[in-house]
Every structure is written in structure tokens, then in C-alpha cells.
Design a protein around this ligand. Structure first.
Ligand SMILES: [Zn+2]
Length: 270
């Protein structure tokens, strides 16, 4: 573990903006013998201290909810307002990968620059998008929109790991998509790792089981180990879509129970 003296201690907040039904066999390569419900939650994440604000992913709006049969609970920009964050305050956004549920509202942030892996843009615009198996979670208008932002100098490309601020770094994981990246943040409880879709649920990285939508199985499995090695402890890894995040972490404020969870403090339950 690298030295942490003098690093900022950020607040990290998960904002739940959507949900959908699902069953266990949907979420694992090879299915699952237990055909029972396994709903999926959708989050964006806020990293901030007194002087810096970084948004991780932008979620989707009603258009994707209608098209893909998800339940939008609140637009991501409205979820941010619950924390007192206006779109005008958001200048820096990490896009973990370009799937529709992670980049879908990029247009709502006219002042932001977007951190993206080289490999993700190459993947989303390259030969594998000829295949529905890989392209179906992308939305061509989102990808085209990001290309437009490249031409406006609003995309910051990374090749592999990168520190984007003291105590905030990006880590290329791959696996789920070719350019999937996780975010490591220094907090009062040590290093928290926002896995995003490098591990959809706790069960994926804990049991080394792969999510059903996968580009490279080997990278996904090695990625699970990488997530844990980057974090202060396995308990500091935050999966991208697990409803347990709502249960395990305290609400940001009583009025935001079930919506905004503090990830920079210890979990309240296992
Ligand atoms: Zn996702």
C-alpha cells in the first residue's frame, strides 16, 4: 500500500437512479441452478471534498429505460440535485465504460470533460461492434456523441492506469468490455475501489464467477483479483449493480435512505 500521508480524504457517495428485475441465471456465465429473483440496481457515484468534485458515470434517462425495460427512479441529474450538485458544478466525469447505463446522460453535462480508456473507444468503434453479442449494451448515439466530444477536446484518454487527482486513480481492468476501468479513491477508511462493471455484484468478485456479458473471461477473472489488491480490504470494493450496496452502507442523510449511500464510511451490515 503506497503512502497515504497528505492525501485528501474524499467523500464517496453511491446514487441509485434505476432498477430492474432479473433472475440468478441471467447474471452468470453458464447460468445458475437456482432460478430465483436477482434484481439489478443502477448507480452513479460522486467523489468530492471541499475543493474537487468527480462524477463517476452518468447513468441513463427515460429513453433507455423505455427502450430496455428498466425502471428509472430518478434522472441522474435529479439524483445529483439531492446532494446539492448542479450540472454546472460538474467539470470532471470518469466514464468506466461506454455501455448505455454508464454514459447515457453525458449530454446533460455541458461543461464536463470525460475520462475514458483508449481501449474502450477502440472497442466501441471497432470490429467487435459488428457482433450483437458485444454491441447490444452500447447505444450507437452515445458512442457517436462521445466521438463528437473528442473533436471538442472534451475527452481525456488514458492508456492503462492513471492518477487524475491526488488520491483518485483509474485502473484499466478489461474483462466486461475491452476498456473497462475501475476507480480507486482515498477516504477516511482507506482506499475504496469503485469496481463499476468490473464486478456487477459482490458475488462476482468474491466467488470469482463471471457476469454473463463478457468480452474476455481471463481479464474479468484477473480483474477480480486486481480490484481486491487495489482496495484497503475486500470490504472496500464496491460492485457496480448490487442492491446490497443500499443495505450495507449508511444513507447520506435520513431523507435520502435507499437513494444516496456513503461509501467512505464503514458498512453498517455485512
Ligand atoms: Zn452496467
Amino acid at each position: 500500500m503506497s503512502t497515504t500521508s497528505g492525501l485528501p480524504q474524499y467523500e464517496v457517495i453511491a446514487l441509485k437512479y434505476a432498477t430492474r428485475n432479473g433472475a440468478r441465471p441471467d447474471h452468470f456465465v453458464g447460468g445458475d441452478p437456482h432460478d430465483v429473483p436477482m434484481p439489478m440496481d443502477y448507480y452513479i457515484w460522486v467523489i468530492r471534498d471541499g475543493s474537487r468534485l468527480v462524477l463517476v458515470d452518468t447513468g441513463f434517462n427515460q429513453d433507455m429505460a423505455d427502450k430496455r425495460h428498466r425502471t428509472l427512479l430518478r434522472r441522474p441529474v435529479d439524483a445529483l440535485k439531492l446532494l446539492g450538485i448542479d450540472v454546472a458544478d460538474v467539470n470532471e466525469i470518469v466514464i468506466t465504460h461506454l455501455h448505455n447505463d454508464h454514459v447515457g446522460t453525458f449530454d446533460d453535462f455541458p461543461h464536463a470533460k470525460f475520462h475514458l480508456q483508449d481501449d474502450e473507444m477502440a472497442f466501441a468503434t471497432g470490429r467487435f461492434m459488428c457482433c450483437d453479442r458485444f454491441s447490444r449494451a452500447y447505444e450507437v448515439d452515445h458512442v457517436a456523441g462521445m466521438i463528437r466530444l473528442v473533436y471538442k477536446d472534451r475527452v481525456i484518454f488514458h492508456k492503462g492506469d492513471a492518477e487524475i487527482a491526488p488520491g483518485i486513480s483509474l485502473h484499466h481492468i478489461g474483462g466486461h468490455t475491452a476498456g473497462m476501468q475501475a476507480v480507486r479513491v482515498h477516504t477516511a477508511r482507506g482506499w475504496v475501489v469503485l469496481a463499476s462493471d468490473a464486478s456487477h455484484y459482490y458475488e462476482h468478485f468474491e466467488k470469482k464467477r463471471c457476469f454473463s456479458l463478457v468480452y474476455h473471461l481471463g481479464d474479468m477473472i484477473e480483474g477480480f483479483e486486481r480490484l481486491v489488491s487495489l482496495a484497503e480490504s475486500p470490504q472496500h470494493v464496491i460492485p457496480g449493480h448490487d442492491p446490497l450496496v443500499v443495505k450495507r452502507y449508511p444513507a447520506y442523510a435520513p431523507a435520502l435512505a435507499g437513494i444516496a449511500m456513503r461509501l467512505d464510511v464503514s458498512p453498517i451490515s455485512e
